[in-house]
Ligand binder design. Structure first.
Ligand SMILES: Nc1nc2c(ncn2[C@@H]2O[C@H](COP(=O)(O)OP(=O)(O)O)[C@@H](O)[C@H]2O)c(=O)[nH]1
Ligand SMILES: [Mg+2]
Length: 359
């Protein structure tokens, strides 16, 4: 799973990226409009793994990961005529966005539009994304209409099936609404999956708070679905991320920080992207795996290895809470609380699973 951190120049994207990843990338008071990407993979915190590690005396503990990409180069005007090249690919390939909005005031860090205005800034890049999606839709429609004109009755039926959906998207975008508001069916989402529509992706809006937080700094309006917002002191958190764990705890207490932003952002991203984790545990390793909410045991097996999926016999499932309550796998089995599930069992968050397979 990969999240793209985007926002206007000097909103604090790289600062937030450092806070989330413990990185130490150069932040700058000079506004950069150059396309540039920093990428880092971070572990998804999961205290359940510590408990299982102790229970199974495991040799290894493997977290599931999330990738953050800090994408610089977006500003007013990028939607004009569409985007091509690496910036476009980068934006199209992420699973969701973290949209950084600047609320902090500073004499030394210029704001590209001079004043701090969170509503305006949100709408600038939102508007560009709508425009980029509209360009994509229009180009595709033009191609499809050409196909009909040239080939007539021999036109590819599968392609023509796209037309009503694309027309619906076009009307929606022209009304300046994000595609994430359209209630698309899974089939429709599959149909449009290849286009990387930007306004279709879930978005976590991060208000980058300064040291002094005023309520009016965080009053933001957006009406679309699949989005949430959260306030984060990115600069402070980037410093916290550089500290040794003990010092960090001390500072967190001092500043009244109860949850690190990195943890909060990941937690919100999991909810927003509708994913969760199942667990595997043994002497060799304990491990967490990310799957979409609603994924079946068969799909979960495929997350581990295609061989396990192809040779799937059954899943032996113990919910994490049951395992902890009983104290061991053996105890759970003894009272018959281990469940045998088939391919189409819908995996629950925290299921501890052993996949039985042939061969
Ligand atoms: N005063 C203040 N400065 C900040 C804050 N967050 C980021 N900065 C500074 O703003 C400048 C731009 O930040 P950066 O992360 O490079 O922005 P980007 O262009 O969006 O990547 C840097 O000099 C940061 O140190 C903040 O909350 N308060
Ligand atoms: Mg930057």
């Amino acid at each position: 799973m990969r999240l793209g951190i985007m926002g206007l120049p000097n909103s604090g994207k790289t600062t937030l990226f450092n806070a989330l990843t413990g990185g130490n990338y150069a932040t700058s008071a000079v506004s950069s409009k150059q396309f540039e990407v920093n990428t880092a993979i971070v572990n998804v915190p999961d205290p359940r793994l510590d408990v299982l590690e102790a229970m199974y005396q495991s040799k290894k503990k493997v977290y599931t990961t999330i990738t953050f990409s800090d994408i610089a180069g977006l500003d007013k005007g990028i939607g004009q005529g569409g985007l091509t090249g690496p910036l476009r690919n980068e934006l199209a390939s992420v699973d969701g966005f973290v949209h950084v909005i600047r609320t902090f005031r500073s004499d030394t860090v210029p704001h590209p539009y001079v004043t701090v205005d969170i509503q305006r800034d949100l709408e600038i890049l939102d508007g560009e994304f709508l425009l980029l999606d509209l360009v994509t839709v229009e180009k595709r429609l033009e191609r499809l209409h050409n196909e009909t004109r040239i080939k007539g009755k021999n036109a590819d039926k599968a392609l023509l099936d796209e037309i009503p959906l694309l027309e619906r998207m076009k009307t929606h975008l022209e009304a300046e609404k994000a595609l994430r508001d359209l209630d698309l069916t899974p089939a429709e989402i599959r149909l449009t999956g290849g286009f990387g529509f930007l306004s279709l992706k879930p978005v976590l809006i991060v208000l980058n708070l300064g040291d002094e937080v005023k309520p009016e700094d965080t009053a933001i309006r957006y009406s679309y679905k699949n989005a949430v917002h959260v306030g984060i002191q990115a600069a402070l958190e980037a410093e916290l991320a550089q500290l040794a764990p003990d010092d960090r705890t001390m500072f967190m207490e001092e500043y009244g920080v109860t949850e690190l932003s990195a943890d909060k952002v990941i937690r919100l991203a999991y909810e927003l992207l509708h994913v969760h984790s199942f667990l595997t545990a043994g002497e060799k390793e304990v491990r967490a795996w990310t799957i979409p909410v609603g994924a079946t045991a068969w799909e979960a097996a495929g997350e581990i290895h295609s061989d396990i999926q192809q040779r799937f016999i059954r899943a032996e499932v113990i919910p994490y809470d049951v395992l902890v309550a009983e104290g061991s796998e053996k105890a759970v089995k003894a009272i018959g609380k281990m469940r045998l599930e088939s391919k189409d069992y819908v995996v629950q968050n925290g299921d501890v699973i052993v996949f039985r397979h042939s061969g």
